[in-house]
Design a protein around this ligand. Structure first.
Ligand code: ZN
Length: 441
């Protein structure tokens, strides 16, 4: 069976129809999900891009593979298990249509073909899905008779949000430059504010005041990339290989809109940012449509693909195969809770249970957030009301679980210091200077 792995960078599950969003952002993906398997609860154990994709490939927690931050100077251990390498070793023709190679060298491991579509425009992340399909589709036509593993990585929902003109009115009515709207005032005091302002002015229109307009542009990008996935999967139909190809669609992290002092970026361990889609089309197995409510993680994706390909899952992979969920053989939870981390713009850990989210900072938050946050997800699903001060007992209990998990993983990996503190912020360095210069927060 062939394998097609599709990543849509920066796609928050909370902005997709199949996860309950009220806007019709993802009609094709919703249909694929409805007719196949949808995992309702894929949460990121590490954000943003580089830690998350490294976990995807290695099947390991970030604390184990050591890539805890985006933009790190560390290298991934040569011995780490790697999905594409394993598939190549087992006879798959491997191809990535992706630009992660410009981030870190290890993302090219195991690929016979590594195609980086030519960047159109100023930013790699703004290169539209057409550029990826223009490379992926001819490759598929040429190699369709080989057993292949193909990875396609779209970036449309990533900043800067620049949907084609005809998509810009889909989810917005109103005046984006209404002077009485102050929802973007906080940008002036934000380390990313100047950059974001320039992007809005240059690519959308000058003088935007309405944050909801920007949210609508993010949603339009999702609607736009939905067409890219449609074109790629319809090509599989045309080539008569769809029935012999496993399709896995996911995102590496979500996106914050404009809450918690964070603007249109992927930091902050809130659900908007760590809850991402996972859709699996396994011909002959998932055809009846199945929704899996249990918590799963990116570390489970490589073991699942290897299991379906009938390749032994290396001991070093820490995730679990999700095949028992897909075949209906198991309905038992895999994990009692999620531990999540980030060390790029903020240095934080989070513990997410069915009921609570607890976020613990190891260093001052340069967006002005508190050192400890507690949210009751049942009463407050948008995590707007921090109850850490009102519920000290709950904080103690959750912090003990969190610290216990970290200590156990440190011991397992021979670490003597909290890996976030030992690593230090990466992109946060400039933020510290910005905050010092501007005297804000
Ligand atoms: Zn990303």
């Amino acid at each position: 069976m062939n394998i097609l792995l599709i990543a849509i960078d920066t796609l928050s599950a909370r902005h997709m129809g199949c996860y309950g969003y009220q806007r019709d952002t993802s009609p094709f993906l919703d249909q694929v999900a409805q007719e196949n398997a949808l995992f309702e609860s894929l949460y990121c154990q590490a954000i943003p891009t580089q830690p998350s994709f490294t976990s995807l490939y290695t099947g390991q927690y970030a604390i184990t593979h050591g890539i805890v931050a985006h933009g790190t100077t560390r290298q991934l251990n040569e011995e780490a298990p790697f999905l594409s390498t394993l598939l190549q070793q087992h006879g798959y023709t491997t191809c990535a249509v992706d630009n992660l190679s410009s981030h870190q060298e290890w993302f090219t491991r195991g690929y016979e073909f590594y195609i980086t579509p030519r960047q159109t425009g100023q930013y790699a992340q703004a290169t539209p899905w057409e550029a990826y399909n223009a490379r992926a589709i001819p490759w598929l036509k040429q190699h369709k008779d080989e057993q292949f593993f193909m990875f396609v990585h779209y970036w449309d929902p990533h900043t800067p949000y620049i949907p084609p003109e005809e998509y810009r009115g889909l989810f917005y009515e109103g005046d984006p430059t209404d002077p009485s709207n102050h929802s973007l005032d906080g940008l002036e005091r934000h380390p990313l504010g100047e950059q974001w302002r320039q992007w809005f002015d240059q690519h959308l229109m000058p003088g935007i005041t309405d944050a909801e307009y920007i949210r609508a542009m993010y949603d339009s990008e999702i609607r736009y990339v939905d067409n890219g996935v449609r074109q790629l999967l319809e090509t599989m139909d045309d080539l008569a290989i769809a029935d012999d190809t496993l399709v896995v669609i996911f995102s590496d992290h979500g996106e914050m809109m404009y809450k918690h002092g964070i603007y249109f970026d992927h930091h902050g361990l809130y659900d908007e940012d760590i809850h991402v889609p996972l859709i699996v089309r396994w011909p002959g197995v998932t055809n009846t449509g199945v929704r899996i409510p249990h918590l799963v993680q990116h570390i489970d994706i490589a073991p699942t693909i290897l299991d379906i390909a009938d390749i032994a899952i290396p001991q070093e992979m820490e995730g679990s195969s999700l095949v028992p969920y897909l075949t209906g053989k198991s309905d038992a939870p895999l994990y009692p809770y999620l531990v999540s981390l980030e060390c790029t713009r903020q240095m934080k850990w989070a513990l997410r249970t069915d009921r609570y989210k607890y976020i613990l900072a190891r260093e001052k938050d340069y967006c002005g957030g508190p050192m400890r946050e507690l949210y009751d997800l049942k009463k407050d699903p948008h995590e707007m009301n921090n109850i850490a001060d009102q519920q000290p007992e709950q904080v103690r209990e959750l912090e003990a679980i969190l610290n216990g998990w970290i200590a156990q993983m440190m011991e397992q990996n021979g670490l003597t210091e909290d890996p976030l503190v030992a690593h230090g912020l990466t992109l946060g360095t400039g933020w510290k200077e910005w905050v010092e210069t501007h005297g804000y927060w």
